[in-house]
Design a protein around this ligand. Structure first.
Ligand code: AMP
Length: 114
């Protein structure tokens, strides 16, 4: 079954999409933890970092390049921000479609945002 993020990417359920290309899609987190909280997601449904393969290298790189562009668009590039990828149980991953959180817009404190 398609993940909730695949449904947003496909336009089947609503998402506040801020960036999309042939490899990745980015949309606002539904429960933001900071003034800017965006999820950057490979269009291909990869459950966790543990399932990433060499074939996904371009998409993984694109996620970082998209983060850079979006941070500029959001006006948070100069002050800085945090990129987070949770993996599995101990990483507190809730949605099993790999994603990178782009969090910023305020000082975030050391390491973990909650
Ligand atoms: P993680 O704990 O890293 O798996 O984070 C999952 C994130 O997905 C959480 O921050 C949720 O608020 C967010 N989320 C869940 N459902 C949606 C949705 N439909 N649209 C946007 N963000 C979502």
């Amino acid at each position: 079954m398609a993940s909730i993020f695949s449904k947003i990417i496909a336009g089947e359920i609503p998402g506040d999409i801020v960036y999309q290309d042939e490899l990745v899609t980015a949309f606002r987190d539904i429960n933001p933890q900071a003034p800017t909280h965006i999820l950057i997601v490979p269009n291909k449904e990869i459950p966790t970092v543990n399932e990433v393969t060499n074939a996904d290298e371009a998409a993984m790189g694109r996620m970082i390049l998209a983060a850079k562009k979006i941070a500029e668009q959001e006006g948070i590039a100069a002050n800085g921000y945090r990129l987070i990828v949770n993996c599995g149980n101990h990483g507190h991953q809730e949605v099993f479609h790999l994603h990178m959180h782009l969090v910023g817009g305020r000082p975030l404190g050391p390491m973990l945002y909650r």
